[in-house]
Design a protein around this ligand. Structure first.
Ligand SMILES: C[S@@+](CC[C@H](N)C(=O)[O-])C[C@H]1O[C@@H](n2cnc3c(N)ncnc32)[C@H](O)[C@@H]1O
Length: 235
């Protein structure tokens, strides 16, 4: 199935979606039931559904041994916790990027107006949560904007799973900034990429992302579009 047909089908309002290799709602629901209720969505101020949470854990558990996961947009650490839960199985490390409650002047200049800047969780609070969840030593919180974090990224660290959920007007830019560091077979998953559950700018950006290069294992989970890069990026 072409990327175009896959996205059209992912976004259709009609018909069953139990199509082999395309969308597997029964499997996604099962993962959601098994793994997607572990952390307190309301306490964390989280923005992912249980099926999405379950699949983040599942995908994170499939990176290679000692793999690397990068999250853009950590907020209160909900999705980070689900990623870390899966990463534990592979002794993988999660780098989570977010300005948290720092530099509100720049945040208000660059905001996409989708997440209120009032009462944003601090880096220290998220660190404490992740430690309480048993993930000490398995994560690095990067208090910065993704553009700057990408500029400062140690390019010797290849990425096995890139989860994009930051500024909803720059999903494509986030992808391009980190693309040179994706390992062969790396998974890329983008949140809010469904016209019904997400944002039109992200919908446009996923079209661009998945129409570039070679992809396999395309998957649609509620508002997430994900796939695996089949060939190495040139570092
Ligand atoms: C939708 S929330 C993330 C929710 C989180 N992934 C979860 O499910 O629990 C988006 C986050 O991205 C942050 N953000 C916005 N622009 C960003 C950027 N350029 N780099 C990194 N994070 C950014 C926002 O401040 C906010 O904390």
């Amino acid at each position: 199935m072409s990327v175009h047909d896959f996205l059209e089908q992912a976004w259709t309002e009609h018909g069953p979606k139990v199509i082999s290799g395309f969308s597997r709602p029964l499997y996604h629901n099962l993962q959601g039931l098994l793994h997607g209720y572990k952390y307190d969505k309301h306490a964390y101020g989280g923005m992912i559904r249980h099926t999405e949470a379950g699949m983040l854990t599942r995908w994170a558990s499939k990176v290679p041994e000692n793999g690397v996961i990068v999250e853009i947009g950590c907020y209160g650490g909900l999705s980070t916790s689900y990623l870390l839960k899966g990463a534990q199985k592979r002794n993988a490390h999660v780098y989570a990027i977010d300005p948290f409650n720092s530099d509100f002047e720049t945040q208000s200049e660059r905001t996409d107006d989708t997440v209120p800047l009032d009462n944003k969780p601090s880096r220290a609070l998220v660190e404490q949560r992740l430690q309480e969840n048993g993930f000490e030593g398995r994560f690095t919180l990067i208090e910065n904007f993704s553009q700057e974090a990408a500029r400062d990224w140690d390019t010797s660290i290849g990425i096995d799973f890139l989860w994009i959920d930051g500024n909803h007007e720059q999903a494509y830019q986030d992808f391009k900034d980190f693309e040179p560091c994706l390992n062969p077979g790396a998974r890329v998953a983008v949140h809010d990429a469904h016209p019904r559950y997400g944002y039109s700018a992200v919908v446009e950006d996923v079209k661009k992302i998945f129409n570039e290069g070679e992809w396999t294992d395309l998957e649609h989970v509620k508002s997430i579009i994900a796939g695996r890069r089949t060939v190495a990026s040139s570092k």
